[in-house]
Structure formats: structure tokens, C-alpha cells
Design a protein around this ligand. Structure first.
Ligand code: EPZ
Length: 417
């Protein structure tokens, strides 16, 4: 296990370009398996979750090659349908391969997925939806055994919660085959629109992605295509909240304004200067920032759960008291105990955190327990007086491309050891 050593107290100043979205690229990689031809993906971030997905594609028989941020996947002729446990356990989003593999091969065998511990993460919505599409699914010894031999007929699926992964799995499973599938109460996250955009450019017929009703007409064949991954709105949030709490200024390029408005409006209310351009944002932070009143995480277009830790870390040095409610996952507060080691004053009751800003945080030894919580510890350590050591940073590498370079180039003192 590696760690970061951070000497805090430096202001962050500079200009950065946001990398491709982790939560965008992962379903796109599953989608490449459905395409009979070469798919070229631009702006592909260098993340361990991406390497795991590439590992799965290679295991299934695909040819994958990478030249910097351009990834090429050729799935023509590949027919693997079994994904080994060691790859499935690496990340939760490996479950999106279920829809893609079953649609391509008529069957899929894989173990239950792993991923960051954010409380129980059932897959019942995925399974119920795939069954509605005609799949026969059994669980044996921790394995999912799925048979979906016949093309589906017309089908309406109503999700009892707008699950991001389940919406993606349905789109993947229904894109190839016969019949029209309508998903009601679909997740509206922009990563879903990105997935549908890529599949449509490969010959799929998907309408309404990004809204709560998605209509998928199955087609016989998907061909090769070229696609640029959407910018990572959560990485953008991490930059913005880090600069706000460390003081300084940043211009972020490659953002989509409507994706980051939940963060910029919050930071504006707290006292930051914010200017949104067509594809960039400028943020300046100085003086005393005041805490937000109350923020609750919601499915898109609400405040995203993945940006919660970055917000809570920043709020720990904003003046006054802010109330943060985590509404999506049961247990996403493990990082808060670590923030307290750095001197933060945060009380939690269930899914609610009450943050009372302190004047200064101080260095300490802390541990990352999950991806976003780990990244929040990086920002808090950069704002703290003195030295911090963060352990278990492998979690952070799952979703941030060289986070130490990302912040060093803005003036932070952060080293990996
Ligand atoms: C995606 O996870 C993201 N991951 C998560 O990002 C993100 O936090 C989450 O959406 C919510 O926005 C990827 O896109 C790879 P969900 P996903 O299905 O698809 C419950 C990060 O840090 N649920 O929308 O797994 C579930 O337990 C990660 O980058 C069921 O009950 O999220 C949770 O409480 C972490 N049954 C809620 O729904 C199901 O079958 C939202 O889950 C599925 C989900």
C-alpha cells in the first residue's frame, strides 16, 4: 500500500484541463463489447478502474491498445462470456458487463461485483430489469448465471429508483436484438447520455437518454465507432472545492457548465468568485468563506453524492455551520472520522453530517477508506497546517489520474511514497 505525504498550507493557483469521466468511460468500455468493429475512445483517463475494465475486455477476447489518452478496443470475433471473480471484485461497475455480455453472447457468468464500501449495494434493480428483458438469472456460489438466448420482445420497465448502473445495463442489454424497450424513471445522469451517444454512433437506436424515459429499439448489429469521453464532473468538483478551501484561483477547461452548477452555485453562496464560460470555469477564493445552510445529495440534476466528501472537507474550514445529508448511500461517512483527525469539527447522525467550520486544520496520519473520501482527505491535508500522511491511496487512483501531479502543478506540496 502506498501513501501520500502532504505539507499543507500552500495556496493553489493555475489552469487545468479536466480529464475524461471515470463514470463515463466504464459503461462505454462495456459497450465496446457489443460493437463488431474497432472502437476508438478519446480522452480516456488513466485510472485503475479503467485498467480493470480493459482486463475484463481482454479476458473476453477483445484486442485493446492504448496510446496516451486514446484507447482502441476491437471486439470483432470475441465471444467470452465468463468474467473471473478477481476482475469482478475490483470494482462495482463491473456489473455493467452483465447486460453487454448477455446481449452479445446470449449468456453471461460472473461473480457478484466488488467496489468501494458505501454500505449495502444490492443489484436487485439490475436483475429485475434484465429478467423483464427475457433473461433467466440464477445465483450459485456467489456467481451470477444469466441466460438471455432469445431476442426480447417489446417491453416496459419501471425502475423503483433511478439507478445509474441499472439504467446503463438495460441500455446495453436492449441495444442489440429485437423489440423496443422503454425505461421509465430512468437515471438522468449525463454519463447515460454519453453512453447512448456512443452506442447511437455505432448504429444503435436510443432516444431520451438523459431524461427519465429512455426508449431503446434493438438493432441487428453495432459497428465500430469513435467517441470522446465526457469531462469528469466529479474531478471538476474536487478541484473547485480544494481551491476554495486552500485559497487561490483556478481556471478549469473542458467542463460542461450544467454539470458543475451544483458546485459553483454552492461555492458562490459561500463567498467565492465564480465565472462560468462555455466550456470553462474560473474560481477565486480568498478571505473568510461562510458555510452553506444545508445540502442534500440527489440523483442528477441534484447535488451528486460523489462530490459530497469534497464539499464536507471544504465546509470544515468555512465559517459557521453547514448541514449535509447523504441521500443516496447508507454508509458514505467513513472519511469524516479521518477529517476529525485533521481537526475538523463534524458530528454525524445517520446520514446527516453537521459541520462547524474551524479556523485551521492540522496535519495528522489518516487513512483513505474509499475513492471520494480519500480525495477529500487530500484537499483537507493541502489546507491543513503541517504534514499529513494519507495511507491506502490506491483507492484514490481508482478515480483520479495522478492526483499528486494534478495538485502539485497548482502549487501543492504532495509526494507519493
Ligand atoms: C454510480 O454507481 C456511480 N458509479 C457511483 O460513483 C455514484 O455514486 C452512483 O452512480 C450514484 O450517482 C459509476 O457510475 C461507475 P446506483 P451505481 O445504481 O450505478 C441503490 C464513485 O465514487 N441500488 O445509482 O452503483 C444503491 O444501493 C462511484 O465514482 C439498489 O438498491 O449507483 C444506492 O443506494 C461510487 N439496487 C442507490 O441505489 C440496485 O440494483 C444508487 O445506486 C442498484 C442500486
Amino acid at each position: 500500500m502506498s501513501s501520500f505525504i502532504i505539507n499543507g498550507g500552500k495556496h493553489l493557483v493555475g489552469e487545468k484541463t479536466v480529464t475524461g469521466a471515470k463514470n463515463g468511460i466504464l459503461p462505454l468500455l462495456a459497450a465496446t463489447y457489443l460493437c463488431d468493429g474497432k472502437v476508438t475512445i478519446h480522452n480516456c483517463p488513466e485510472l485503475t478502474d479503467v485498467s480493470t475494465s480493459i482486463g475484463i475486455l481482454k479476458h473476453l477476447g477483445c484486442k485493446c491498445s492504448r496510446e496516451k489518452s486514446v484507447l482502441t478496443v476491437d471486439s470483432l470475433g470475441s465471444d467470452g462470456f465468463i468474467i473471473p471473480e478477481r476482475l469482478m471484485r475490483e470494482m462495482r461497475s463491473s456489473i455493467v458487463f452483465l447486460g453487454a455480455v448477455a446481449a452479445k453472447c446470449g449468456k453471461a457468468v460472473m461473480s457478484l461485483p466488488g467496489g468501494c464500501e458505501l454500505g449495502p449495494r444490492p443489484i436487485d434493480i439490475h436483475i429485475d430489469a434484465l429478467k423483464r428483458l427475457g433473461a433467466d438469472i440464477e445465483f450459485t456460489n456467489g456467481q451470477i448465471i444469466c441466460n438471455m438466448p432469445e431476442p426480447t420482445g417489446d417491453c416496459d420497465i419501471h425502475l423503483n429508483f433511478p439507478s445509474v448502473g441499472a439504467t446503463e445495463n438495460i441500455i446495453l442489454a436492449a441495444s442489440k436484438g429485437k423489440g423496443t424497450t422503454v425505461v421509465h424513471n430512468a437515471a438522468r445522469e449525463p454519463e447515460i447520455k454519453d453512453l447512448a451517444g456512443m452506442l447511437n454512433s455505432a448504429g444503435a437506436d436510443i432516444k431520451g437518454a438523459g431524461t427519465s424515459t429512455v426508449l431503446i429499439k434493438g438493432v441487428n448489429k453495432l459497428h465500430g465507432t469513435e467517441h470522446t469521453v465526457m469531462p469528469d464532473r466529479i474531478v471538476a468538483a474536487s478541484y473547485l472545492f480544494a481551491v476554495a478551501m486552500c485559497k487561490g484561483k483556478i481556471t478549469l477547461n473542458n467542463i460542461i457548465p450544467e454539470h458543475i452548477v451544483p458546485f459553483t452555485s454552492c461555492l458562490y453562496d459561500c463567498g467565492c468568485e465564480v465565472k462560468l464560460g462555455e466550456s470553462s470555469v474560473f474560481l477565486k477564493s480568498g478571505g473568510t468563506l461562510k458555510n452553506f445552510d444545508s445540502i442534500t445529495t440527489q440523483p442528477f440534476p441534484g447535488f451528486p453524492t460523489d462530490a459530497g466528501p469534497a464539499l464536507v472537507a471544504a465546509a470544515s474550514v468555512f465559517k459557521g455551520t453547514g448541514v449535509f445529508v447523504e441521500n443516496i448511500f447508507d454508509s458514505r461517512f467513513r472519511y469524516i472520522g479521518e477529517l476529525s483527525r485533521l481537526g475538523a469539527n463534524i458530528r454525524t447522525v445517520g446520514r446527516t453530517a453537521v459541520i462547524t467550520g474551524v479556523k485551521r486544520l492540522h496535519g495528522a496520519q489518516v487513512t483513505a477508506h474509499d475513492l471520494r473520501g480519500g480525495a477529500a482527505l487530500v484537499s483537507a491535508s493541502m489546507a491543513a497546517d503541517g504534514q499529513t500522511e494519507i495511507n491506502n491511496i490506491e483507492f484514490i487512483d481508482r478515480g483520479y489520474e495522478h492526483i499528486e501531479d494534478m495538485f502539485s502543478s497548482l502549487g501543492a506540496d504532495i509526494k507519493r511514497c
